[in-house]
Design a protein around this ligand. Structure first.
Ligand code: FMN
Length: 349
């Protein structure tokens, strides 16, 4: 293939390079992968209502989330086991995110320590994703270490009370290698605290002394509970279609969550974002920014740090182009009036 110019190009390159028994873990979803596909398809059900002659001589993709300036409204979602795709793993991702001017959310299942990641890209904004382990002492030690390394918020993933097997992985026989370093869980199957409740959001905020962002809300009911329990932000997420198959595409849930939040805290969304225009549709439907998981993993697998950097550059450039043609000068000028649902007979997607 000539030089990759889209996320889809990077996906093809990555799939050609990564052995099938590893690829299944990164590309796959739960069950029949209905939700995995729905995430991507949902973006096709919205179309733009662009405005003309709005003076787009100066357009910027820059925005902010929780006071953190970002060069583009796209953050790195927490994704596990990055060292399986590139020996530099999270270090490569951290450097590419810092260079692109965006924030990396580091998974509990990182292959490098928070101190190593912080040293790889000093001064860059970072959040710590948390699975509260049954062994809470281990989680508390990880919280302290990330706080010391300048990670400014904790992202509590609430859609994963257990590690559950996925059929693609089982079929191909995927298993995280025993010698893969995972400093914050010890082994990849260390049990999660399945007894977690909303009270633990309050606990986490006081124990970590940092804002807690709740990742994985899919209903207005849980959105209200998250805000009530002091969440500093919510992420509409179905874990990239990897947990309960058959839940809604995240883009379809976003308006419900944004309405429930009513501007009190930032709303972020992830799942199926593959184009700059997808980012703009998410902004129009109430998100302050999006996170991307697999697109960065494709970049990492294809070309290490340079691949992640290129994927972020493609997204930034596509967001810029979309803003210009939509008639918006900044991400926060994109409103609900800039999109409408695609009528069914008009939508081959
Ligand atoms: C291979 C892989 C590993 C993931 N690991 C984690 C994780 O450790 N913690 C977490 O909160 N979410 C994890 N996620 C979910 C992502 O944070 C994010 O919700 C999802 O990837 C977004 O969908 P996208 O891949 O279509 O962008 C993972 C996703 C993938 C694909």
């Amino acid at each position: 293939m000539s030089d990759p110019i889209t996320i889809a190009d990077f996906e093809a390159l990555a799939e050609a390079k990564v052995p099938p028994e590893t690829w299944c873990y990164f590309a796959g979803g739960a069950g029949d992968e209905v939700t995995l596909r729905a995430n991507v398809a949902a973006f096709r059900r919205w179309r733009f209502r662009p405005r003309m002659l709005t003076n787009v001589a100066e357009v910027s993709t820059a925005t902010e989330v929780l006071g953190i300036p970002l060069a583009l409204p796209v953050l790195a979602a927490p994704t596990a086991l990055q060292r399986l795709l590139d020996p530099e793993g999270e270090l490569a991702t951290a450097r590419a995110c810092a260079a692109a001017g965006t924030l990396m959310c580091v998974s509990t299942l990182t292959g490098y320590r928070h101190s190593e990641i912080a040293a790889a890209a000093p001064g860059a904004p970072r959040w710590q994703q948390i699975y509260v382990l049954a062994d809470r002492a281990r989680t508390e030690a990880a919280l302290d270490e990330a706080a010391d390394c300048g990670y400014s918020a904790v992202v509590l993933t609430v859609d994963t009370p257990y590690w559950l097997w996925r059929e693609r992985d089982t079929r191909v026989g995927f298993r995280a290698p025993d010698d893969l370093p995972l400093p914050y869980v010890g082994n990849p199957y260390a049990p999660i605290a399945a007894d977690l409740s909303w009270r633990d959001v309050d606990w986490l905020a006081s124990r970590s002394r940092r804002p807690v962002i709740v990742k994985g809300v899919l209903t207005r009911e849980d959105t209200l509970l998250a805000v009530e329990h002091g969440a500093a932000g919510v992420i509409v997420s179905n874990h990239g279609g990897r947990q309960l198959d058959g839940v809604a595409a995240t883009l379809d849930v976003l308006p419900e969550v944004a309405e429930a939040v009513a501007g009190r805290v930032p709303v972020l969304v992830d799942g199926g974002v593959r184009r700059g225009v997808d980012v703009l549709k998410a902004l129009a439907l109430g998100a302050q920014a999006v996170l991307v998981g697999r697109p960065l993993l494709y970049g990492l697998a294809a070309d290490g740090e340079a691949g992640v950097a290129r994927v972020l550059e493609i997204l930034r450039e596509e967001v810029w182009r979309g803003l210009v043609l939509l008639g918006c000068r900044r991400p926060d000028e994109v409103t609900r009036a800039h999109v409408e649902p695609t009528v069914p007979y008009d939508s081959p997607a």
